[in-house]
Design a protein around this ligand. Structure first.
Ligand SMILES: Cc1cc2nc3c(=O)[nH]c(=O)nc-3n(C[C@H](O)[C@H](O)[C@H](O)COP(=O)(O)O)c2cc1C
Ligand code: SF4
Ligand code: SF4
Length: 258
């Protein structure tokens, strides 16, 4: 008998949503696919034994919102089996391992870990920027890896990306330790250029953390940013930055594949 899954994900610029949706549909065409900020996420976890759980890697760590979701709902995980999926622009070491360790602490069984390289989402940095063709090629490779993983999983072999001691050490010493300050708590570093903002409210509606409000027709952040880059990638005025000082390229997966 086929396993039944539900899929839960956080996605800022669409990469993780795309990957998780593809994988979930291949494993169980009826799997509910729920964004983590959706109020249905908790009831989906309650209703299903097998969970595909996806997020974008940030500085070789899981986003703060992801870590909080796992720990704030720790009573949910006992008896569940979780496949941890991490998308990344280049490298993480143990991106999937970061949530896998938390799930284990909360009593879940970890089915496996899957790492998927996707186009970089950091819209306000020149690092890792690629041409349209190169991005399409990266997405195609990720799709192939998802297809392979789904085939293996169906025959009982789960991928082990990012799990175990060696990836843990690479993630820790390769990046997480040096950048831990960036992911320890929610960020209060989001900047909104008041001279560009027209108070359209797009960013308010998009934010999974409800971190933004408007005052005097200008968006204002409130220090609860999980650094997903959703607002930055979609502000029509390119008024929002976080890591850098200027929007270089508003990357969004939907501009590459449907
Ligand atoms: C704040 C921040 C930090 C990131 N750190 C890493 C990293 O350490 N390693 C990496 O390979 N990609 C990193 N990325 C890139 C994203 O993980 C990657 O583009 C991901 O697929 C975005 O997924 P999304 O579109 O679902 O948000 C980072 C992105 C952001 C916004
Ligand atoms: S999306 Fe941009 S222009 Fe619109 S309110 Fe937010 S910051 Fe201002
Ligand atoms: S403020 Fe922007 S970058 Fe931060 S969590 Fe909200 S949508 Fe994501």
């Amino acid at each position: 008998m086929e396993n039944k899954y539900c899929a839960i994900y956080l996605s800022g610029t669409g990469n993780t949503r795309f990957c998780i949706s593809k994988l979930a549909k291949l494993l169980d065409e009826n799997a509910p696919i729920v964004a983590i900020e959706d109020s249905a996420a908790v009831s989906a976890v309650k209703a299903y034994e097998n969970i595909i759980f996806g997020y974008p890697v940030q500085y070789s760590n899981a986003p703060k919102m992801i870590r909080d979701f796992i720990l704030e709902n720790k009573e949910l995980w006992r008896g569940k089996s979780v496949l941890c999926v991490a998308t990344m622009g280049a490298f993480s070491g143990d991106g999937a391992g970061c949530s896998a360790r938390l799930f284990k602490k909360c009593g879940a069984a970890v089915l496996g870990g899957l790492h998927l390289k996707m186009p970089d989402s950091v819209c306000d940095s020149k690092l890792l920027k690629k041409s349209r063709e190169e991005k399409l090629d990266i997405i195609r490779r990720a799709e192939k890896k998802i297809n392979r993983a789904a085939r293996d999983i169906k025959s009982g072999k789960y991928p082990r990306d990012g799990l175990g001691l060696f990836p843990h050490l690479i993630g820790l010493f390769g990046q997480r330790l040096w950048f831990y300050g960036n992911t320890r708590s929610y960020s209060d570093k989001l900047k909104i250029d008041r001279s560009k903002c027209v108070g359209c409210g797009v960013c308010l509606r998009l934010c999974p953390m409800k971190n933004l409000t408007t005052e005097n027709q200008t968006a204002v952040p409130h220090g609860r940013c999980t650094m997903c880059y959703r607002c930055i990638s979609q502000c029509p005025q390119k008024a929002i930055t976080l890591v850098g000082e200027e929007v270089v390229e508003q990357y969004r997966l939907e501009n590459f594949v449907q």
